[in-house]
Design a protein around this ligand. Structure first.
Ligand SMILES: NC(=O)c1ccc[n+]([C@@H]2O[C@H](COP(=O)([O-])OP(=O)(O)OC[C@H]3O[C@@H](n4cnc5c(N)ncnc54)[C@H](O)[C@@H]3O)[C@@H](O)[C@H]2O)c1
Length: 458
């Protein structure tokens, strides 16, 4: 077939009465053989790790990198050039230039949380496909706008919630979705608490001048202008609400995302997971002084009710499970404490999953799910990812939905956004997942968005 040109094939199709419709992908720019050109925005901790993974995907070419820190920019470009053995990697300091580069097919956004929505929406409007880190957005309103822009522009979107590309998480969600534990009535999600000094700086470093090789104005972007402080900068920005959301928001995009995945079959849970959401929510949190360098909640406990009588508890792992409602099962995996990860309880048993751990009330299920998946006999088989980045690149070519599209990521992080508002107001709130607004609380609805610093607009 190699010698077959488009013209020959059309002639051939006419001769043998084949349909004349040929998708442009077969011959055009999106041809399956074409490498997908990716531009990287943000090359810090996670951006560096994502870059390694994209560079390992054969049918992807990293064409450009962008960062406001010259050192990170140079390091990213050097890594790309080393991989391809040339000097071709383009370097941008302003993400708008990278997005407007006509050679770029897709962008990978690895910036701090306050810098996800604007580049993502601009990229969608520029018809680029999008890989964006979790948590999807800094406020719920940003998430809604990201879903809207991506959907309107028909973009392929993958979120950095890579747990969906791992076997143990898929098996856990498959066990729940295939009814092994029966009707789900409760889900518990254990997440880290406290703060973590990733750069070993100490949270109370002095305010000062930004390093000369950093465009700090562009780093702060739409957030409130604050003096430069190393403890609020690279990596540790997540401990201040100006730029991040603390441990809670850092982790909802992982373990709550998996909780929703398991619940996605309405026969046993309350899915689908691109529309799922709580009916009501209450939360208690321990907040440091709002003016502290690290002011995000160090401890939290969230209780929400989902459709079909599913109760969800999200709390700090290692904390006592005591104080739960009467329906709380005392069965394993740990009758005393919330464990890091996700556990679903149904009327026939439970399943627990976390990184490196998959357990169930009936050990036989773990073997059975593997075997049935291999034989293809599952009623609800979940998509087996070839790898999170590979799946994104494959989806760009086929235009199929990825494992973590924008609407799923948005719903996965919604309980985190709502809980922060419920805790700040100190009251239980009713939530309407369809209109994505609180019922009867204008005060809470006003907290769903945040004013951007000029000239940035959502
Ligand atoms: N999926 C995961 O497992 C995982 C793990 C860690 C972090 N993350 C997410 O990845 C994102 C980045 O986190 P991190 O820990 O790598 O942060 P980081 O501070 O280490 O890196 C962020 C990078 O973005 C750059 N940047 C900031 N503003 C920019 C702008 N306007 N234009 C271009 N570059 C800009 C910074 O200079 C820095 O190099 C966050 O959303 C975080 O939640 C995901």
């Amino acid at each position: 077939m190699n010698h077959l040109t488009r013209r020959n094939l059309i002639k051939y199709a006419a001769a043998v009465s084949l349909p004349l419709f040929l998708p442009s992908r077969v011959f055009g720019d999106d041809a399956p053989s074409k490498k997908i050109n990716v531009g990287f925005i943000g090359l810090g901790w996670q951006g560096g790790s994502n870059l390694d993974q994209f560079l390992a995907v054969a049918d992807c070419r990293v064409l450009a990198v962008c960062d406001v820190d010259d050192k990170h920019l140079a390091g990213g470009a050097a890594k790309v050039n080393k991989k391809y053995g040339d000097e071709s990697c383009k370097k941008y300091q302003d993400f708008r230039d990278l997005i407007n580069d006509p050679d770029i097919d897709a962008v990978a956004i690895n910036t701090p949380d306050h810098w996800h929505s604007i580049p993502a929406i601009m990229a969608a409007n520029a018809k680029k496909d999008i890989f964006c880190e979790k948590p999807l957005s800094h406020t719920l309103a940003e998430g809604i706008a990201m879903v809207e822009a991506s959907t309107r522009n028909k973009r392929v979107w993958q979120t950095g919630s890579w747990q969906r590309s791992q076997t143990s998480f898929r098996h856990a969600a498959q066990l729940v979705q295939n009814g092994y534990i029966g009707k789900v009535f409760r889900v518990e999600v254990g997440l880290p608490g406290g703060h973590n000094d990733f750069l070993k700086l100490g949270k109370d470093t002095q305010d000062g001048l930004p390093p000369a090789d950093v465009d700090y104005e562009q780093w702060i972007g739409p957030a409130e202008m604050m003096p430069f402080n190393p403890s609020r900068f690279h990596k540790n920005w997540r401990w201040n609400y100006n730029t991040g959301g603390g441990q809670l928001m850092d982790w909802v995009g992982h373990h709550v995302d998996i909780a929703h995945w398991g619940l996605a079959n309405p026969a046993f849970g309350c899915g689908p997971d691109d529309a799922i959401g709580p009916l009501d929510i209450s939360a208690t949190m321990s907040f440091p002084d709002p003016k502290a360098t690290w002011n995000t909640a160090t401890d939290y406990r969230i209780e929400c009710r989902y459709p079909q009588d599913v109760e969800m508890i999200i709390g700090v792992n290692g904390k006592a499970r005591a104080g739960q409602q009467g329906s709380a099962p005392t069965a394993a995996p740990d009758p005393e404490k919330l464990r890091n990860g996700t556990v679903w309880f149904g009327d026939k048993g439970w399943v627990y999953v976390s990184r490196g751990k998959l357990e169930a009330s009936n050990k036989e299920w773990l073997k059975e799910i593997r075997e049935r998946e291999q034989k293809g006999t599952l009623e609800v088989p979940l998509y087996k990812s070839p790898g999170h980045m590979q799946e994104f690149i494959d989806s760009i070519k086929s235009r199929k939905r990825t494992l973590t599209p924008v609407e799923v990521a948005h719903r996965s992080q919604t309980p985190g956004h709502l809980a922060l508002i419920a805790a700040r107001l100190g009251t239980k709130l009713q939530w309407d997942s369809k209109s994505q607004s609180f019922v009867g609380s204008p005060e809470a609805n006003a907290m769903l968005s945040k004013k951007f610093r000029a000239p940035w607009k959502l």
